[in-house]
Design a protein around this ligand. Structure first.
Ligand SMILES: Nc1ncnc2c1ncn2[C@@H]1O[C@H](COP(=O)(O)OP(=O)(O)OP(=O)(O)O)[C@@H](O)[C@H]1O
Ligand SMILES: [Mg+2]
Length: 271
């Protein structure tokens, strides 16, 4: 029996990702709290995970010797990436984060020193520069308080990621709000960047648009109009287009195929 696991499209380095990196690095450097908001499907989570490069530390125990593969991952890691659970409480936040803050701190100091000898727990707990919390809209006031307390204690920068309106919701909690240093809007791809990505990464989308064919130019314009730079919509639209093209044994893409694919999708106002 073969079991197919979902495969992720390769990461595309977009301008919005570069803007996010700059924002997250500022939160890390100044150890501030930052809020990043954006509409569903624009690529917040993927960008944050790519930036954080948070390694799997489940098999690592503080004070362990670190092998070269993990050492390389730890050296590349810029943040802990944590997804707030649907039913979060201060206890679950504490359990999910504290261990990783300590482990990552230990691992970073160990890699920097070349050996776990003499790594101090107090120093290790201050050696995690940034924690990114995804789905922060789910956080209750008590969980936010817990995060604020942890970030004060361990002095890590904190990035909260969520939907537009998150920053306004946080304004109600004065102590939390007063620590927010940066607010960042994660935007959809611009039209020019979509054209560039479709031209340079056609293989990743599984469909190419020949710039010398009128049908392909019209199809590309239709993709841009329908998806408005939203990554998730692009993925869903391209999947339908590939399906329709293979069912009909068509090789060349046209605006009609894009429209037929669009008619199969549910596109809500939030997209
Ligand atoms: N730079 C990128 N390169 C390749 N694929 C991307 C990129 N950004 C996003 N994607 C893909 O687009 C889809 C939506 O992205 P993601 O889940 O990050 O959106 P989101 O903004 O976090 O949405 P939500 O608000 O619903 O959580 C995912 O399948 C993701 O893999
Ligand atoms: Mg997300």
């Amino acid at each position: 029996m073969t079991i197919e696991l979902p495969v992720e499209q390769p990461f595309l380095p977009t301008r919005e990702h570069a803007r996010f990196v700059e924002f997250a690095e500022a939160c890390s450097r100044y150890r501030y709290i930052g809020v990043c908001h954006g509409r569903p499907g624009v690529g917040k989570t993927r960008s944050a995970r790519e930036f954080a490069s948070f390694p799997d530390l489940r098999g690592y125990g503080a004070c362990n010797v670190i092998g070269p593969t993990l050492a390389e991952k730890v050296a590349r890691c810029k943040a802990i990436f944590y997804t707030a659970g649907v039913s979060n409480t201060p206890k679950t936040i504490d359990a999910g984060l504290c261990v990783n803050v300590t482990k990552l701190g230990y691992a970073r100091l160990t890699v920097a020193a070349g050996s776990p000898e003499g790594v101090d727990i107090d120093q290790a707990q201050l050696a995690c520069p940034l924690v990114i919390v995804d789905e922060a809209d789910r956080l209750s006031i008590k969980s936010l308080e817990e995060l604020r307390d942890l970030s004060d204690r361990y002095r890590f920068g904190l990035v909260l990621m969520g939907m537009p309106g998150l920053e306004k919701r946080l304004a109600r909690y004065a102590q939390f709000y007063s620590r927010i240093g940066f607010v960042h809007e994660f935007k959809p791809l611009s039209e020019a960047e979509m054209r560039l990505l479709l031209a340079t990464h056609a293989a990743d989308f599984g469909i190419g648009f020949d710039p010398a064919q009128l049908d392909a130019i019209e199809a590309e314009a239709a993709v841009i109009r329908i998806t408005r730079g939203n990554f998730r919509l692009m993925e869903r639209l391209f999947a339908q287009m590939r399906r329709i093209m293979s069912l009909n044994r068509v090789e060349e893409v046209t605006a009609d195929i894009v429209q037929a694919a669009r008619d199969c999708l549910v596109i809500g106002p939030g997209n």
